[in-house]
Design a protein around this ligand. Sequence first.
Ligand code: SF4
Length: 290
Amino acid sequence: MIDLTDPILELIRLAATDLPPDVEAGLRTAVGQEEPGSAARGALETILKNVEMARQDSTPICQDTGTPIFYVNYPEGWSTRLLRSQIQQAVAEATRRAFLRPNAVDSLTGKNSGNNLGDEHFPTIHFEEVDGRILKIDLMLKGGGCENVGAQYSLPNSELGAGRDLAGVRKAALDAVQKAQGKGCAPGILGVAIGGDRGSSFLASKEVLLRQLDDSNPDPELDDLEKRLTREANQLGIGPMGFGGNTTVLDTKITSKHRLPASFFVSVSYMCWAYRRRQMIVEEGQITYN
Ligand code: SF4
């Protein structure tokens, strides 16, 4: 098995310092939707300037480089034990080179490990064995501020008047956006999972954020709801960084999972404008990044 420590280090550098093209394009479109001279437009212009500087200087896009979350799809024959070790080594080296801020803190003592390594959940690594010969690693850096405003709802919810249907899902997701205002660093991207149990629902609401900003949901009903939620969230007037304006979210992504008859969870993962995700492909010994 080839040693992927250095290629994974490059994946981390790219994720932390070079915002993906679809996210940057979304931010540039948003600038044109805000009034010239408004605080909202100024916030977006500052964000974009920061994005350019980070890319040019290979420095983190935001001071909080977040929780590194790896999604590894590996063909038969790869050792997940070795891949985990190489990912951990790359994370420690990325921290040493200041691509990542030391973010792993012992929850009981408050002590920072100093290298972004903690128990087996820091960094988070999801492994999935797949058919074929291509190894794919997706990395998402999930900021703390936006993670704090994620929310989970158990429907029906009488306070929101939300039942166990897509209309109820809509009310829950909009409530989460409303409550996130002033926090979470808007404009955000909403990852929404319908169903599952509490744990799998939250996991799915994050994983759906790996989709491209400009794609469509293959389910027409969910696609309609994604577009509607984005439109309606942008009518709330929260705006970039909570300054008011027309851009509260850049996009919405929704997934649906099987659930128990007794439960109907809606989980919302809120991703901030620093939507840092990158992908690495290993095929026939060749490595490419997206
Ligand atoms: S929520 Fe995102 S943009 Fe805001 S401080 Fe955290 S990582 Fe940075």
